[in-house]
Structure formats: structure tokens, C-alpha cells
Design a protein around this ligand. Structure first.
Ligand SMILES: C[S@@+](CC[C@H](N)C(=O)[O-])C[C@H]1O[C@@H](n2cnc3c(N)ncnc32)[C@H](O)[C@@H]1O
Length: 396
């Protein structure tokens, strides 16, 4: 049974304010972003994000926006690293686009006539074509049946190869690589062996497939959960042709997926840099006998070689405090297996003079990569607390 569409107008006003602020900070127009509902058929939202946040539609909508921006930030780095800027990019293809999480970001960065989307969910593609005006492609179970030969500067397959069985992994890799332009790249995400569930063993060739997924309709023979080693991916890339330039960015996409980027023959990716946005969130708030309010939360840097170098607290846009997130949080680590840095905790206090009830409290997590993560809360009236919510459970 399909859920009713979720309109952003249904989101609680406080969380709506957080969403608008978050979008503004990334140069996105909130009105345009919010104009499109979350379609009730979107399993990624209704069967993955919503249950992860105890079916709280407002917090889930915030987490959807947050994950969209993290996806967009990865895409921006890819664009800037390979082409210099969005202006310099030609046609792009979001393969396995679902209901257009990335399209919501891309339509604010590129002319829509440069954007193509493809998915095996044909209704999701038809919806995107009519909603955003992008070009749509109905995909197939078997790449041999996909009669499409367009060329694109970026072909991205986010969270598709992380679900394919081994044979289809190789077949789709070859098909999608054939859709890359002469100056382009293929980017795709996988589950690394670091996040193999407890009790499961990696296969001898560096591939392991489990027969479950969030999809209520895709057969497990074509879509489950797959885990790979980087050696497996390296051999898969070699099958495409010798001497290709390719890179692995651990935890480069979503919360826990590795991003691989392969250049067209002659495209050198050795200088490409791509970091993972710092993640974090508020967890607790306590009003102290002094009248101050104490906030606490967590943060994690996932980019190898980088650290969260600072965290700043803003109250209604005014920078109010700087803090160092230093307390170890080993309890959070299990949610980011293999992360480059151990998760940390932070806390700070605000006096009634620094923040009045209802003020928006934003923590900016600043990574040495230059990427920023943001966490939101509202200064409570006595005995209330609103925050942007968090979960350490996996989102694809
Ligand atoms: C986890 S979702 C990710 C959706 C989207 N990339 C995002 O980040 O929101 C995986 C998507 O892969 C799509 N998919 C699975 N097999 C596919 C195939 N053979 N061709 C195209 N899309 C496929 C599913 O329909 C689903 O929309």
C-alpha cells in the first residue's frame, strides 16, 4: 500500500525553519525545494528514513533535506574537481535516481535540459519528468536489454551497486561506463567490507551478497545488499580496460558508502579531492538551576586524514560560542564502522541573556576539508525541547 504524499507544508514550523536555513546556507532556494512533495511511493523515504526516525514526519523531512545536501556536496566536489564548475559540465545522468533526491539539488545547479535520470521504477521517472522537466529513461533488470547509448559527462549511480549481485555488478558497470563521455566520469557507491554485518563473512573474491533490501517490489535476484573489498572493485575496473584512472573515497556518499570514480580513457583523476561532510546532531538539553540551558550532542569526521577543527554555536544567526568537540563517544562508533576518525561528543551552555526561548540554535561543525556540517535545536521554553533529530542508524 502506498503512503499519501508528504508535503513540506505539513512539517512543523520550527523544523521548517531549520530546513530553510540549511538550504539557504548551501545556496539553494527553499521555496523551490519545498514546492515538490515527497511522493508516497518513494520507498527510500517512506520505508527507510521515516521508520528510522520513529515515523516523525517533520524530523524525517529534515533528515531527507540533510541527506540531499550531503549528496549534493559530494556531487559539487566531483564537478569542481573534474570540470572546475557547474558551468563547465555537459549532460549528466543520475542512474538509479529513485524519486529524484539528487534531482532536487541538481535542478538548482544546472539547466534541466542537461539532466537525465534513470530508474527501474518507471513511475518514479515519469514523476520526475513531469515535475522537474528533466529527461527520463526507463531502466531494465538486465543491462543487455537497455537500448540507450547517450553520453554524459557525469554518470552517477548512488546506492545501486551496493545492492547488486555479482554478475549484475560487472554487467551494469560495463553498461554505465559505456555511457560516459570522452571527458567524463562514472561515479558509483558501494558498501565496503568495513560495514559487513556481524556474523557475515566476505567471499574469497571480495564480494558478499545478502538477500534482503528496503525495496518492497524489486526481486532479491536483482536487488539485495552487497559488500565488496577495494581489491574486488579494482579488478572490476580492470575489466573495463587497462590503465584507467580511478579513485576510492571511503564514506564518500551517504552515511556509510564508499564512492568510486572512474575516468574515461585519458581522464586523470589523481588530483581529485572529495571529502565527506561532517555529521552530528543534538541529543540532550537540560535546564540548570542557574537558569542556563545545557545542550549536548555528537559529531563524526569520516574523511581520511581530516579532523573537525572547530565547532561554532550560532543563536539566531549570531555567532555566540566556539567549542572543541573532544569527548570520546565510543558508543557512536558502531554506527560508522571504519570511519577515519572516532566520533566525539560536545556540550555547551547558553544563558537566558544569550538566547531567549524560541531562538534557533545552530552548531556548525567545521572540517579541515572545508566542508561544514550543521545541527539544529531550539532554545527551549521551560520543559520543552525541539531539535532537528538524529539517528545513527543507516540511511542509504
Ligand atoms: C537505495 S535507492 C537510491 C536512490 C537514489 N540514488 C538516492 O540516492 O536517493 C536504489 C535505487 O536503485 C534503483 N535500481 C535498482 N535496480 C536498478 C536497475 N536495474 N536499473 C535502474 N535502477 C535500479 C531502485 O529502483 C532504487 O530507486
Amino acid at each position: 500500500m502506498t503512503a499519501p504524499d508528504l508535503s513540506f507544508d505539513q512539517v512543523e514550523p520550527v523544523i521548517s525553519g531549520f530546513i530553510d536555513d540549511y538550504l539557504h546556507l548551501h545556496g539553494l532556494d527553499p521555496q523551490r525545494f519545498r514546492a515538490r512533495p515527497l511522493p508516497g511511493c518513494d520507498e527510500m523515504f517512506f520505508k527507510a528514513i521515516l521508520p528510522n526516525y520513529e515515523f516523525d514526519a517533520s524530523i524525517s523531512a529534515f533528515k531527507f533535506v540533510e541527506s540531499t545536501i550531503r549528496l549534493g556536496e559530494a556531487y559539487r566536489q566531483l564537478v569542481e574537481g573534474v570540470f572546475g564548475s557547474f558551468d563547465a559540465v555537459g549532460p549528466v545522468l543520475d542512474f538509479a535516481s529513485g524519486w529524484g533526491r539528487l534531482t532536487r539539488y541538481l535542478e538548482q545547479r544546472l539547466p534541466v535540459d542537461k539532466i537525465s535520470v534513470a530508474d527501474i521504477y518507471h513511475d518514479a521517472i515519469d514523476w520526475q519528468v513531469s515535475t522537474f522537466g528533466v529527461a527520463g529513461l526507463h531502466s531494465t533488470k538486465d543491462p543487455a536489454l537497455l537500448a540507450y547509448a547517450g553520453r554524459h559527462d557525469i554518470v552517477l549511480a548512488g546506492s545501486m551497486f551496493s545492492h547488486l549481485p555479482e554478475g549484475l555488478f560487472h554487467a551494469w558497470l560495463a553498461k554505465l561506463y559505456s555511457l560516459v563521455s570522452e571527458r567524463g566520469v562514472l561515479a558509483f557507491s558501494v558498501h565496503d567490507e568495513a560495514i559487513l554485518p556481524a556474523g557475515e563473512t566476505m567471499g574469497p573474491d571480495g564480494f558478499h551478497f545478502l538477500r534482503f533490501s528496503e525495496s518492497g517490489s524489486l526481486e532479491l535476484d536483482i536487488y539485495g545488499m552487497s559488500y565488496v573489498t577495494d581489491a574486488f572493485v579494482g579488478r572490476a575496473v580492470e575489466r573495463l580496460g587497462g590503465g584507467l584512472s580511478w579513485r576510492r573515497f571511503p564514506k564518500g556518499l551517504y552515511e556509510n558508502q564508499d564512492l568510486y570514480v572512474i575516468g574515461a580513457p585519458g581522464v586523470d583523476l589523481s588530483a581529485l579531492k572529495l571529502g565527506s561532510t561532517p555529521m552530528g546532531g543534538f541529543e540532550t538539553v537540560a535546564t540548570l538551576s542557574t537558569g542556563e540551558v545545557e545542550f549536548a550532542g555528537w559529531a563524526v569526521e569520516r574523511t581520511p586524514g581530516a579532523d573537525i577543527v572547530a565547532a561554532r554555536v550560532f543563536v539566531d544567526e549570531v555567532e555566540t560560542l566556539a567549542l572543541s568537540p573532544i569527548t570520546p563517544r565510543p558508543d557512536v562508533q558502531k554506527h560508522f564502522p571504519g570511519s577515519a576518525r572516532a566520533p566525539v561528543g560536545w556540550s555547551f551552555r547558553l544563558s537566558p541573556q544569550q538566547a531567549t526561548p524560541g531562538a534557533t540554535v545552530r552548531v556548525r561543525l567545521e572540517s579541515a576539508t572545508g566542508l561544514m556540517g550543521y545541527c539544529y535545536a531550539q532554545m527551549p521554553a521551560p520543559a520543552t525541547f525541539t531539535y532537528s533529530g538524529w539517528s545513527r542508524r543507516g540511511l542509504r
